[in-house]
Ligand binder design. Sequence first.
Ligand code: HEM
Length: 394
Amino acid sequence: MIDLTDRDFIENPYPALKELRSFGKPVWHQDLGIFLAATYKDANAVLRNRSLGRIFQEKQPNNQWETFNWLHSDSILDSEPPKHTRLRSLVMKAFNPKKIEEMRPIVERISNELLAEIEGKLNQDGSFDLIADFAEPLPVKVIAAMLGFPDQDEHLLRPWSQAIVKMYEVAPSLQDQEAAQIASEEFAAYVHGLMVLRKKNPGTDLISDLAAVEEDGQKLNAHELIATCVLLLNAGHEASVNGFGNGFAAALNIESQMETLRSKPRESAATAVDEFLRFDSPLHLFERTATSDTEIGGVEIKTGQKIAALLGSANRDESIFDNADELDLMRDPNPHIGFGAGIHFCIGAPLARMEMTTSLPLLMERFPNLKLAEEPVRRPTFVLRGYESVMVTS
Ligand code: HEM
């Protein structure tokens, strides 16, 4: 059975995932104790099946995990109805289309500032790092601005977030676990401080809006509010960094696709971004637990058993996508499930799409002749799939 932590697998998981799909049904992974749903039909069914829940398993109930535990159990992502319905509905009131549209000029400004900065600090050979200099700071700055996170503290955000999301990988080390505990404490305490300030002095930021939202006399309590802010800050950039980096790195290998981006940067942006997310998805695996006996793809999943939807595999399913292993930046329709499906479908999808479709043409217009300067360096993780760096020459 495939080893999801193997370096060669992580480098290019697609041949092994194709083999997994060839079984045509979920496959039991003995070592991990979980079914893997690799086809589009099965992965989609897992995400939509209401007998399969996102059940957060609390870590050892000792003091060290306490904050980590409630940051998850009080967040939308790790709760199920009726709590999920209440939280999602309250959060959607603040995180609404108008709020996202208001961010468009800010995304343009931040993109242009980053591109100007890149121009001013190019290496001698004209190279820069697409990840560290553009794909990463952009969504971090955007979500930080949206939540009213102070500029001078922005540098704290990515390390906290990365320490916490390492816990989603298949086998986090003891060191990673300790780092996640510390990051949870510090991040929660910091957001708590912001929340107290905003409750006293509301602004136009999302934290102030979230503190004010109310439905049927219900509001977010303090833990729910902090957990939501931490989730938005984390989810609001982790996948976007990698989605942009993975897709753009793939395009850089294919001259005809770069020509599409170069010759019609604005017209191709919408289909290109969705193809980025399909072709080399930034989030590969989401787990569910059966709350009652159910069935996926003809396989019985018993109460308490786990099953994972393999999104990146589903998005390469040749029964759904023509030439699934080919990057086609004009692909349309593109029913990928990179943003999930069902009740946990990504709340941030409109923001992520707006951010990427705004920034991609600006990058192409400023640097139309980008080329890979060296082989990009992969991060050693499967669940959150991305690059450490993608060095390009301008
Ligand atoms: C390219 C970027 C992104 C990708 C690929 C992505 C992907 C996903 C996926 C697959 C899920 C569902 C997880 C599951 O079913 O277990 C999800 C949920 C979520 N995402 Fe995103 N996301 C992205 C960007 C964002 C952004 C920008 C935000 C917020 C600012 C965000 C906030 C959320 C939240 C709050 C949830 C939980 C929704 C719920 O449980 O009801 N995401 N995302």
